[in-house]
Design a protein around this ligand. Sequence first.
Ligand code: ADE
Ligand code: ZN
Length: 337
Amino acid sequence: MTPPRHVLEANRLKSLPKAEVHLHLEGCFDAATLARWAQAEGIALPRPQEDLFKFSGLADFLEFLDLACSLAGTAERLAQLSYDLAQRLADNGTGYADVIFNPTHWHAWHGRLGAMLDAIDAGFKAAEQDGLPSVGLCVSLLRTQSADEAIELVERLYTLRHPRVVALSVDGNEATAGRTGSRFAEAFRRAGQHGLRKTVHAGESSGPEGVWDAVNLLGADRIDHGVRAIEDPALVNLLAERRIPLGICPTSNVVLGVYPSIEQHPIEQLRLAGVQVSVNTDDPALLGASLVGEYALCRQAFSWTDEVTRSVARTSIEASFAGAEVKARLLTNLDHW
Ligand code: ADE
Ligand code: ZN
């Protein structure tokens, strides 16, 4: 018997060679694991397990990350989480991922960045040895941190020079932090000098002004979200002309209330305006997203053909911070899809 259409479509999209460039380690906890860890630590979760991932918006969501991460206080748990993330990539046919990791959420680990990176790296190394996809780490500032804290993180990263780390990132809530581009400019300048790439959350909880600052003040190689750039045609032109890619997360934007529905999401308008867009899951376990699901959603909502699908996958690979060999292999495979 032929499998149903949506299963055939999922299998085809799984076989699409692609990268993921906007995915948080903090977004990969599953509810059963959190419930088990909370019980072992004698900590009460805020809601029953079946409602654990119901969020009222970005602020509520970010607060939950602090709680979830506080339960992963051992190297074994952190390594397991990283390994499971790589398994999630393989399940979606993702060939490589840039994974964002924000040390501020992990309270049990404060002051031990080197040990944390080693624990995460151990999980990813074990995954690679088992044939799972490779991962680069984007270490993230939180929007509410100070200029000094930001510089301290960058200098610490330079001292450690951990081979897993490929980029500096900034995430968190721009709506509560306000306009902070100039606060982080020096940290991002130094990151560039130290050979790190730069990726910036903007145009999710901020309007176009956050994206302008990411480009003009932080020198972003890539923007995470960036979707509200659509409100400023001059900015859309600039992103297209300079080929600054956007790592867009459609389901995340709908679940966290940036747009009321996928039909009202601007990814297609941005793409048609010539902006380099990729699709991503942001926080897949917590927001109920999968990479295959994101491609399927856009294909259905915007009638993406195979050619459009292939071009978006191409952007995901080209926009990633993967090494030249990994990129070349994925691009060759994509040509044969
Ligand atoms: N950290 C994890 N997910 C995030 C998001 N969608 N926006 C800002 N910070 C985040
Ligand atoms: Zn994000």
